[in-house]
Design a protein around this ligand. Structure first.
Ligand code: DGL
Length: 288
């Protein structure tokens, strides 16, 4: 296919990109601390099959949920630089802990260089179109202690009651491969039978790892409440953003690329589960 060179590409939000090639054909940058963001990446591939992705799993610093906001900002900044160096056309922060602690900083620091999307605002937008009285949020210690979901939901839905619960064991449990067994069921039950979550009508999975155990979570509530899984909601927001900025890829599709900062066999296993077959997984030591 003939590449149409464009020297300057203007985005709908007024920003300019100075590129020698078609920005549209470049990959979507996505990052998380580990496998969690793959749930979002998977939803993106279903909704936008014409797009390629470049994924960074910061397995060397996992879990983010136990780290300080300062550390998460530092990791997120460096990963965003890495994704942009690899020509990502937008950057999706597919991690709630990073969205809660680092997104505002990233937006300021990368203003004019790229479009950033987080995983919290699209969920808040979605819920504001629904009529729930009581909403629960589960997430990492970092996400829950930041109060980000509660504050943003309260602004948009002042009448709704929002209750939140940190469920810190779920990420290491998933990253260690305890997913559909007695151990995972016992941990999930122990957390979710907390009285805080009594009488909720919807539960936000405020961590991108949690969609992997969505069915077990749903089962604890007898499939009676709405489990709000951000992956599809965020993928739809991404589609709208690409469309509005004339960045949807209608040309040549590149190869998906997966980077991790430390090798874990489990990452590879889960990535293969989501993306079937061979995946192009490489270790990138961006910290030295
Ligand atoms: N998947 C991430 C999140 O959404 C990170 C979890 C972690 O590393 O603690 O918060």
């Amino acid at each position: 296919m003939i590449q149409i060179p464009v020297t300057i590409c203007q985005l709908a939000d007024g920003h300019f990109f100075n590129e020698e090639h078609q920005l549209k054909e470049e990959p979507i940058g996505i990052f998380d601390s580990g496998v969690g963001g793959l749930t979002v990446a998977h939803a993106i591939k279903q909704i936008l099959p014409g797009e390629s992705i470049i994924y960074f799993g910061d397995t060397a610093h996992l879990p983010y949920g136990d780290k300080s906001a300062e550390s998460i900002k530092q990791y997120s900044r460096k990963i965003t630089e890495f994704l942009l160096e690899h020509n990502a056309k937008v950057v999706l922060v597919a991690c709630n802990s990073a969205s809660a602690s680092a997104f505002d900083t990233l937006k300021k620091e990368f203003d004019g260089r790229t479009i950033l999307i987080d995983v919290i605002d699209p969920v808040v937008d979605y819920l504001s179109t629904r009529d729930f009285d009581t909403i629960g949020v589960i997430g990492t210690k970092r996400t829950i202690s930041s109060g980000t979901y509660e504050n943003k939901l309260k602004k948009r839905m002042p009448k709704a009651k929002v209750v939140s619960l940190a469920t810190p064991l779920l990420v290491p449990m998933i990253e260690e491969g305890f997913i559909f067994d007695d151990i995972s069921n016992a941990i999930i039950r122990a957390y979710l039978s907390d009285p805080t979550l009594k009488s909720i009508q919807a539960l936000i999975l405020g961590c991108t790892h949690y969609p992997i155990i969505k069915n077990q979570i749903s089962k604890i509530f007898n499939f009676n409440i709405e489990i709000v899984d951000s992956s599809r909601i965020v993928a739809e927001t991404l589609r709208d953003t690409l469309e509005n900025n004339n960045l949807l890829n209608r040309g040549r599709k590149g190869k998906d690329q997966f980077f991790i900062s430390d090798y874990t066999a489990y990452f590879e296993k889960i990535a293969r589960m989501f993306f079937e077959g061979e995946i192009n997984l490489r270790k990138a030591d961006i910290w030295s």
